[in-house]
Write a protein that binds this ligand. Structure first.
Ligand code: FES
Length: 230
């Protein structure tokens, strides 16, 4: 009886008709993917606010959430796109994920931590695999479980260093009261620690133009601008 109950809490995910993973029913597909070390683009941590966790679902699903109606175009819906964070897993699922999203994780060492202001830290990550990115793009830090936090947490941070630096990036992180990721970075993270991240993501970069550009930014929002002007 207990065994049947445990089994019924699981579902199977098949990606690109090849890889299969275990899913926990009752948990979002987005967070199930994180449990399986697959990190979709996200700027909201799975809260349905950014519209970036688009994924092609081949299985039949229930209707769209309010957030999906806001972030998916009609043609995306016709093609089967959904927001992974809005899918509450209830059964086996068949999805398509671009191959590059399955292997873009970087393992980094923390080589520098500076207090920039009373609540903003600059952290520098160093990694072996070179990363190409455009000034203005962001990465997603994978925060390990700590203290009472039992699950991994993924949060997006803009890169503050210039693209010419391919094995080192700087991030500016403002402490958000009770923020899981920022508390970890401000109170637990030390030089020499290891952190993984995925990326780069985002389309906030300068297009070719002869027009003058006026940058206005403040606080940790300075990060992408700093990357652009350096
Ligand atoms: S992760 Fe932001 S909308 Fe899904």
């Amino acid at each position: 009886m207990l065994r049947r109950q445990i089994m019924s809490n699981k579902a199977k995910l098949t990606i690109n008709n090849v890889q299969t993973y275990d899913l926990k029913k009752g948990k979002s597909l987005f967070h199930n993917l994180i449990d399986n070390n697959i990190y979709l683009p996200s700027a909201c941590g799975g809260k349905g606010m950014c519209g970036r966790c688009k994924i092609k679902v081949l299985s039949n699903l229930e209707g769209y959430s309010e957030s999906e109606n806001k972030h998916l175009t009609l043609s995306e819906k016709k093609e089967g796109y959904r927001l992974a964070c809005q899918i509450n897993v209830k059964k086996d699922l068949l999805v398509e994920i671009p191959e590059e999203l399955l292997s873009w994780e970087y393992d980094a060492n923390i080589v520098k931590i500076d207090d920039v202001t009373h609540d903003i830290k600059s952290i520098t990550l160093s990694f072996d695999k070179p990363m190409s990115f455009r000034a203005g793009q962001y990465i997603q830090l994978i925060i390990p479980p700590y203290g009472n936090i039992e699950d991994k947490t993924v949060r997006a941070y803009s890169i503050a260093s210039p693209p010419s630096s391919k094995n080192t990036i700087e991030l500016l992180v403002r402490l958000v009261p009770d923020g899981i990721a920022t508390t970890y970075i401000h109170k637990y993270l030390n030089i020499g620690d290891k952190l993984s991240f995925t990326g780069p993501f985002g389309d906030f970069f300068i297009r070719d133009t002869n027009a003058s550009i006026l940058f206005i930014a403040g606080g940790s929002g300075l990060a992408p601008i700093k990357s652009m002007v350096l």
